[in-house]
Unconditional design. Structure first.
Length: 306
């Protein structure tokens, strides 16, 4: 196969958000053992593959599993996770990077218990971050007082500097891809850039808008064989989300299908994938050798610090 030719055919939610996430006064009164929440970057090669919708629905499914979740809207110029999560943030990451607000002031929780770090919309000046801005974000994230189980990072599409920064800073990388040839080729391009230029060698593939598991597996196999042959990168199959009219309707209404129609095929698929994320988080993650989200917490948790 040529390197660049790819083909492929109303649950219970935790109440910690209301009394712990909304204000600094809700922090834990006593110091606990240091905990570490692994970060999963959700990225894609091209726009229109449903990446942000995937991030929102996985967050909702995780909260239904009683997991404390933070979602980082890392699409710094065209962030829109706040719409799906039903919140109206006072500040965004644009305010943090310009020094107008601290990270704690930006964080907001929605009614389902999902903590959001909202991205900016229409703020072109922060789409390319300086090194000191990148370091400041990682430092302040590591110092926030909230306890979390998992972090989802919804990146922008493509291979910009901001995308590679957020994906390499996460402990795990999830690439969302659809069966369209352009989406598959661009997904491979993302893996190629991250593997060859940033020494990332492990990726999870999530097949979206597929007819069923058979098509999802064919899509994954095509990507995996090519990546292993040309990049020596390991791709693992995370799961698949079917084409579903209930999902289309939820997207049109800016709703999460996991909450709106939890028994629909797509909602059930998101729940299964969320369970895989929980299993992966429980199995532990490795320090990758580069600057990462919550690196201090990760190292402290490994040492068993109090």
């Amino acid at each position: 196969m040529d390197e660049m030719t790819l083909s492929g055919d109303a649950a219970v939610t935790p109440n910690f958000a209301q009394d712990r996430f909304r204000s600094p006064q809700g922090r834990l009164a006593k110091r606990r053992r240091v905990t570490f929440a692994p970060a999963f970057a959700i990225t894609s090669g091209k726009g229109g593959v449903g990446k942000t919708n995937v991030a929102a629905n996985l967050a909702a499914a995780l909260t239904q599993k009683h997991k404390r979740v933070m979602v980082v809207d890392a699409d710094l110029g065209l962030g829109n996770l706040d719409l799906l999560l039903g919140v109206k943030p006072t500040y965004t990451l644009a305010d943090f990077f310009t020094g107008a607000a601290a990270l704690e002031q930006i964080l907001v929780a929605n009614e389902n218990g999902i903590l959001l770090l909202p991205g900016a919309s229409g703020a072109q000046e922060i789409t390319s971050l300086r090194y000191d801005q990148k370091l400041a974000l990682l430092t302040e994230l590591d110092a926030i007082g909230h306890e979390m189980d998992l972090v989802l990072v919804d990146t922008a599409s493509g291979i910009s500097d901001a995308v590679t920064y957020f994906t390499t800073a996460a402990q795990e990388i999830v690439v969302v891809v659809t069966p369209e040839p352009a989406a598959m080729t661009d997904a491979y391009a993302v893996v190629k850039v991250l593997a060859s230029a940033h020494r990332q060698n492990r990726f999870w593939i999530l097949a979206n808008h597929v007819s069923g598991e058979q098509q999802a597996r064919r899509l994954f196999d095509a990507l995996s064989r090519t990546a292993l042959r040309f990049l020596n990168a390991s791709l693992d199959f995370l799961g698949w989300v079917p084409r579903d009219p209930y999902l289309v309707r939820a997207v049109a209404r800016s709703q999460m299908v996991v909450l709106e129609t939890p028994e629909s095929p797509s909602a059930q698929a998101f729940i299964r994938i969320a369970e895989r994320l929980i299993q992966r988080a429980a199995a532990g993650v490795q320090v990758k050798g580069n600057v990462q989200f919550f690196l201090r917490r990760m190292l402290a948790a490994e040492r068993g610090e109090q």
